[in-house]
Design a protein around this ligand. Structure first.
Ligand SMILES: [Fe+2]
Length: 306
């Protein structure tokens, strides 16, 4: 299971895409109608899709997996009783699978047979997404739901977050104990620490200072630099998140404490709490489809044709 992409709707999608290519450092992949697809240096056809819309919201967050894993998901999602629907992706790379709505509206799409592309060598691009984090009214419940309904695993719990993995990367998603449900931030995996620092420099050239960072987190130990994007959400340069074994023992909040005044390993950066919080509430989840049974999608389609 791999995190692939996030699909956002927003006003000013073209301007957002220009920022992400010219300043953040992504490569344009394709524009299809009013959807702008942007890629990194890795093999995914795109990492972010920005669709023009009157409102800002999250269409979906997309993972790719094997056919066996998808069949497991169909069963576990059905047993959990979550709203879901079979899908054929119309986004770049195609593929088919399911889309699932978690308890607080988070929309996760799981695809198989999605095409990949040749990597781009020698360019200073993000490689891929490393995590997408959501705000939750009840992060503890959602962490358990991700384990039960999706087969994900909780890696660590802190006072602020429940970190969740879907492969050996410490977290591909996390649920922040925020009291509301929304997109918290999108993190881009950079080649190395230097690439993170060069990214910070590109934004500083535009008079954009990090809202927090550079720094190194506790859980996952990844390097971070958070910015508030001009189009609304929090976006992050990140690198070097820990790999964890299958039998990794989940840490509890009391295992992840800091000395006074310290909220990361390095302690070199101020954090713009208020600015980040406002940006973390801008993109809510919006389901624009009706749930269908996952058990017999062919039968469902046939029924609808009669
Ligand atoms: Fe992050």
């Amino acid at each position: 299971m791999r995190l692939r992409s996030i699909e956002l709707a927003m006003p000013g999608a073209a301007d957002a895409a220009t920022f992400m290519t010219d300043i953040w450092g992504m490569a344009p992949a394709k524009v299809v109608g009013d959807i702008h697809y942007l890629r990194g240096s890795g093999t995914f056809p795109y990492l972010v899709a920005f669709e023009e819309s009157a409102d800002a919201y999250v269409r979906s967050t997309t993972f790719v997996c094997t056919s066996d894993r998808l069949e497991q998901l169909k069963r576990s999602v059905t047993i959990a009783g979550l709203p879901a629907m079979p899908v054929v992706s119309e986004d770049l790379g195609g593929g088919h699978g399911i889309i699932v709505e978690l308890a607080e509206g988070e929309l996760l799409r799981f695809l198989v047979d999605a095409q990949e592309v040749e990597p781009i060598e020698g360019a200073d691009l993000p490689v891929k997404l490393t995590h997408v984090v959501f705000n939750s009214a009840d992060a503890e419940m959602t962490g358990h739901l991700a384990e039960d309904a999706l087969g994900f695993r909780v890696s660590d719990r802190t006072k602020g977050m429940v970190f969740v993995r879907c492969n050996d990367s410490h977290h591909s998603t996390a649920f922040a104990r925020a009291g509301i449900s929304s997109l918290n931030h999108i993190a881009f995996e950079m080649e190395d620490l230097d690439a993170v620092m060069r990214g910070i420099g590109r934004l500083r050239d535009q008079d954009m200072a990090p809202a927090w960072g550079p720094g190194r987190h506790g859980p996952g130990a990844n390097v971070f630099a958070y910015f508030i994007a001009p189009f609304g959400p929090v976006i992050e340069f990140s690198t070097a998140v820990n790999k964890v074994p299958d039998d990794y023992r989940p840490g509890a909040p009391e295992d992840w404490t800091w000395p006074e005044k310290r909220i990361d390993q390095w302690g070199m950066s101020d954090k713009n709490f208020d600015g980040l919080r406002a940006a973390e509430e801008k993109f809510r989840h919006r389901r624009d489809w009706q749930p269908q049974s996952l058990a017999h999608p062919i039968d469902v389609l046939t029924e609808e044709n009669h």
